[in-house]
Design a protein around this ligand. Sequence first.
Ligand SMILES: Nc1ncnc2c1ncn2[C@@H]1O[C@H](COP(=O)(O)OP(=O)(O)OP(=O)(O)O)[C@@H](O)[C@H]1O
Ligand SMILES: [Mg+2]
Length: 250
Amino acid sequence: MDNFKDILGSDIVNRLKERGVTKFPNESMADREKRMQRADLDATMKYYQHDRIAMFNSSLIGQKEALKQTFDDFNITSQNQARELSEAKSIAERIANGEHHHYTFTGTPGSGKSMLAIALLNQLKASHTCFFVDFAMLISLTRQFKDDRAMADVNRVMRAIKLADIVVIDDLGSESSMQRNVKESSNFTQSKLFEIAQYRDLKTAIITTNHTSQELKQIYDDKLVSRLIMTDGSKNVVRFNSEDYRKYTN
Ligand SMILES: Nc1ncnc2c1ncn2[C@@H]1O[C@H](COP(=O)(O)OP(=O)(O)OP(=O)(O)O)[C@@H](O)[C@H]1O
Ligand SMILES: [Mg+2]
């Protein structure tokens, strides 16, 4: 048993002894090395697996329940919905195959943009770190700079936006159109968005919005819009034309 102290280190041997392990398999150094490397890799993968799901579950969203939505939950009653679902699935597949890009889900309220963005994250969350951010919520939290808890939350969210493999920035523009239809965004909001654009440069981001890119250019700096929003007609844009689903449920 003591010979194993040289190989495993006395600490590990003592811990194994405590757990009642008295015999070690008769394996070669090379085999043992491989086994330990495998165990190490397994443990690391398990850790990240756990961490990944924890990160996704800590997304900034009003209703946590909504984070459960999957592609299978998306009902199809029109050709538009069939196309929207198939385009979102195809983007999920491209991302799974290693594509890094920015994607835009744009169109009418209640048509399923946020739902399909979340479904895409659920599809990929086992292999990618995913994070969803309600942009209006982030801005409202950021404005509470006298509240330590809010600031801690903002820092956590910004760290996740920086680190995650795939980030959804949900409902871009809604934070500025709350008072009037289209209103120029404040410097404050734009600087937060610049920070996000910088973090997501060369990484995958999905932006959902009710606005056209022309409208977004009235709200934000042109440069910001062209960095974040894909031009219409690109295969990285999913255009949602379906009716407001909420009117059937409310
Ligand atoms: N095809 C669908 N099948 C099942 N549920 C749907 C479908 N489309 C939308 N919904 C549901 O309708 C509600 C509104 O959808 P969602 O929030 O995704 O719309 P949105 O396009 O993001 O709207 P907004 O522009 O207002 O943010 C959600 O509860 C969503 O789950
Ligand atoms: Mg939405």
